[in-house]
Every structure is written in C-alpha cells, then in structure tokens.
Design a protein around this ligand. Sequence first.
Ligand code: ZN
Length: 346
Amino acid sequence: MPSPSLPVLDGHHDALTRRTADRLVDGRPDGHFDLPRARRGGVVASFWAVWCSDVELDLDHDRVEEPGGGWALPLAAELPRGAAAAQATQAAGRLLDLERRGALRVARGVADLDAAAAGGPHAAILHLEGAEPLDPGLEALDLWHAAGLRSLGPVWSRPNAFGDGVAFRFPSSPDTGGGLTDAGRRLVRACNARGILVDLSHLTARGFFDVAAVSDAPLVATHAGAHAVAPGSRNLTDDQLDAIAAADGLVGISFVVDFARRDGRNDVDTPLTSLVAHVRHVADRIGVEHVALGSDFDGGDVPRAVGDVAGVPRLLDALRDDGFDADEVERIAWGNWRRVLGATWR
Ligand code: ZN
C-alpha cells in the first residue's frame, strides 16, 4: 500500500483540452487526470495547460523510426493566430466555468495554493502552452492575466511569432533550431512585469538561453527531464540545469515514457525507477530544492506503475525507496513549487 498522500503540486497536464474534458468533475472514462482521481492522488494543485492544435496529433503514428533505435517527428507547422485564439479562449472559459461551479479555484496567488494544501478546493494554475493565441503586440496579454493566466510557454514544439519550438527527436540535443524573436523577448519582459511564469519546456536550447538572458524571474521548466539520463531533445542538458539553479528555479520531471527511458522507447512497462533517475540526477547535480513534478498527464504515455493521477503516491514511495528523506519528498511534491511560484507571482 502506498503511504498516506502528501499534498502534491503537478507542473503540467493536458486534461482541459482532451475530448472528455466535460467529465472532469465527475470523472472521465479515460485519460489520466480528473478531479476525483486528483483528490485520491493527493494532487491538490496543478498546472492546467491550454494547448491549441489544428489537427488531432497522433504522435505515435507520425513518428519516423531511425536506424539504431532512434526516432523523430516532423516539426509541427505554425498555427494561424485566429484559430489558436478561438480554441484557447474556449478552453480557458471551460476552466473558469469549473471555478464558477465550485469544482476548483483558479490560482491567482500563493494564498490559493496554501488553501488547497489545507483542504480547500483544487488550485488550478492556468497555463498557456504556446503563445499563438496572443498578438505579437501583446495587447491580449492583460486580458489573459485578468482571466487568471499565471504561466505561459512562449512556444510549443512548433514555430510561432515568439520563437522556435524544440523538435521531438531521440537521441538529440535540444539545440534543434532558432531562439526567441524580438517579440519573444518582449513577451518574456511583459510576463516578468505581470508576475506570469515563463515556462522553458518546448524551447530550443537557444530559446532557453535567450529567456535566461532576458528574464528576471526564477527559470522554470514545468515538464521536462534530464538529458544526462535520457538523451532526447525535450530533456535539459547539465548546462541548462546549472542555469536553472543559478536563477533559483526548478524542473518539473515529466512522466512521459519515451523521453524518460534511456533508450527512447515508448513502453508503458517502464519502471518507476526510470522516473526516479531523473529526479535523482537533477537533485545530485543542482540540489533537491530545484526538482519537482510535472507529469504531462494526458499529454503522452506514462508508466503503467503510475497509471494516472491517483497513482502519484506510488512515485513518492519510489522516491523514498531511492533514499530521499521525508523532508526532501515534501519539497519535491510541494515545497519547491510553492517557493518558486511565490517568487515568480510576487
Ligand atoms: Zn508539453
């Protein structure tokens, strides 16, 4: 039996834009994340991604296998801004409707996180995964901030007006394309000014260091892994980890198996120790205060041993089995996110 659950903050899931997102309160028949299962897993707060697409991407179907066990996906094309804005406002509206019905609270400050940890409603952090819905002049940004936006990734793994996204490849360095545009740099400064977290996940290496050069906030990758453990393009090199530590930021470790495994295979029978290896590497390299969780539930396949958000306590037990003590597990599950969001939202 897993130990009684600690409060957990999960740095990323995609439930809001999934087909059965109308069942998040009562429980979805499929997928990884809904509110009843989050409660069972002790996940009392989480980042709710608003992610836009022009097609239902089938990342497994589109994957090109390469000799020697590697693979690559063709880089997704740029999305038209109007279509992205329409999808994104609809998804954000879906989240605000859940708040109006009392099913959760959209987190606008750390008091909402503290209330969730004390038994209050689930704290939902509104996250824009790719800034396509925003105009390059950023006139829409204050509207989004007023609606509760507290986290934004300038790009998903596709180009947009703000920069290039990292291609999905294994093995590969994260250096797969260009960095931020001038509009991207303005976006980072505008997020800093409003206390919106800038998420480094899905940026190229160049984009990552462009954000690091411009931003005055802690550097955060909400859902990523360690490149030294699994050499895929979405994982962070030790140089990137060092930059995150220098800015008192953190990495939320993703549970998605093909970027978690050393061999890049998409195998749900991947053991929990494969996820623990990423947490361990980041903790050993830059300190346990800079590592947390960012599952990417409903964004990719996760180990059967976790299963869904109700299974998060099993991962916490695997961290204990690896030698993390009670205080360290509490920081990974909750305390590190609480510190970094407090410093970012101001
Ligand atoms: Zn993602």
